[in-house]
Design a binder for this molecule. Structure first.
Ligand code: SF4
Length: 88
């Protein structure tokens, strides 16, 4: 079984492209909070995001790259899809 990557494992893969990820509040958070699945709740991840100093950068990245799964920038998958549909 493969462990779920921490949100910042993804973000930190290319710090030159996303230097803001070094300041992510989710660096030490439980990755499962950010990928709660259909039975879980995103509330704990959203709370962490709301206190994150790079929330705006992360949200822009998540919307810009259309990242499909997980909570990013305090937004769930559904919220990102809705935002992207409205801006299309
Ligand atoms: S906004 Fe949330 S997902 Fe994005 S870097 Fe911050 S804590 Fe992590």
């Amino acid at each position: 079984m493969t462990a779920t990557p921490a949100p910042t494992d993804l973000l930190l893969r290319d710090l030159q492209e996303r230097p803001w990820a070094a300041y992510a509040a989710c660096r030490r958070a439980d990755p499962d909070l950010f990928f709660p699945g259909p039975e879980g709740t995103p509330d704990a991840a959203v709370r962490i995001c709301r206190g994150c100093p790079v929330l705006a950068e992360c949200r822009d990245w998540a919307l810009g790259t259309k990242v499909r799964y997980g909570v990013w920038g305090a937004m769930t998958e559904r919220e990102r899809r809705r935002t992207l549909r409205k801006s299309a």
